[in-house]
Design a binder for this molecule. Structure first.
Ligand code: CP
Ligand code: NVA
Length: 310
């Protein structure tokens, strides 16, 4: 059966841990494993802008010996009415895998339903599982694992937050989410992650008190206040999220060993100050770099069905 990566549920605890081990190995090889998927072809469909995901996937594919083919929506016949199902059937005849960034999770799922090659979710409104792999790799590099790790997520409970919640459930760390009222994460995702925490350890805390979430945290994570597609809400959200800025004073409440994480792009001065972004606790550039190796490991796992380089 074709293996896809639609949310972290697609791979679960064992898949994530295998990804991290392989990503660490690829990092030590500077992403160069050109025999690994030699001759493979990766399609990249982006219905939204991207810097990190697009470039890291292209770099990852090239390092595996694959040809990356980036496609904008106006270059595809989908924009002129060809169905997603037919697009999936045709692309499956040319490519080894497709990574897609779009709005609705349902569109990624539909592509996966009709594709006979792995489909990778490169961000939807609901999930950003590729980001979560790099996030947990960065946390593991810092703390040596996930035992007794407490992460605070401050901001909007949408895609990045949802994937981090799923990661906490599978890896057993504690995630304290603090959002404004009405911007809480999806209760179904929270409930499923809590069920996984009951097995793997850790906990998911949901609240509105930023300081309570950050107190004692080992990592403080934030994301933009207005996500892609929400540009019209930017001014309204700036008022609603004003109390959810990560600044130096907030970071002082975190554990002495605390690091700062952000999926990027950052809107400096909104959700995070320059002092925190550029300060000694920031790991955002390592986190961005780790996108490359975790995605490279993921492509290898999905396409070859193996977790170790041969
Ligand atoms: N974090 C992330 O996905 O960045 P891009 O939007 O630049 O791909
Ligand atoms: N929540 C953000 C994440 C960007 C990587 C967005 O969807 O725009």
């Amino acid at each position: 059966m074709t293996r896809h990566f639609l949310t972290l549920d697609s791979v679960g605890r064992e898949g994530i841990l295998a990804n991290l081990t392989l990503a660490g190995q690829l990092k030590s090889m500077k992403g160069m494993a050109r025999q690994a998927v030699e001759g493979g072809r990766l399609g990249l469909i982006f219905d939204k802008p991207s810097t990190r995901t697009r470039v890291s996937f292209e770099a990852a594919a090239w390092g595996l010996g694959m040809l990356p083919i980036a496609l904008r929506p106006d270059e595809l016949q989908i924009g002129r009415g060809e169905t997603i199902a037919d697009t999936a059937r045709v692309l499956s005849r040319y490519l080894s895998a497709v990574a897609i960034r779009t709005f609705e999770q349902a569109k990624v799922e539909e592509l996966a339903r009709y594709a006979t090659i792995p489909i990778v979710n490169a961000l939807t409104d609901e999930h950003h599982p590729c980001q979560a792999l790099a996030d947990v790799m960065t946390i593991a590099e810092e703390f040596g694992g996930f035992d007794d790790v407490r992460v605070a997520f401050i901001g909007d409970g949408n895609n990045v937050c949802h994937s981090l919640i799923q990661a906490a459930g599978y890896l057993g760390f504690t995630l304290a989410v603090s959002t404004p009222q009405s911007y809480e994460p999806d209760p179904e995702i929270v409930a499923a992650a809590r069920a996984n925490c009951a097995i793997n350890g850790g906990a998911i805390e949901i609240g509105h008190d930023v300081r309570a979430a950050v107190r004692g945290a080992d990592a403080v994570y934030t994301d933009v206040w207005a996500s892609m597609g929400q540009e019209k809400e930017r001014e309204e959200r700036a008022l609603i999220f004003a109390g959810y800025r990560v600044d130096v004073d907030l970071m002082k409440l975190a554990a002495p060993r605390a690091i700062f994480l952000h999926c990027l792009p950052a809107h400096r001065g909104d959700e995070v100050t320059d002092e925190v972004m550029d300060g000694p606790q920031s790991r955002v550039w390592d986190e961005a770099e780790n996108r490359w190796y975790t995605e490279q490991a993921l492509l290898y796992q999905l396409i070859t069905g193996r977790d170790t380089l041969t």
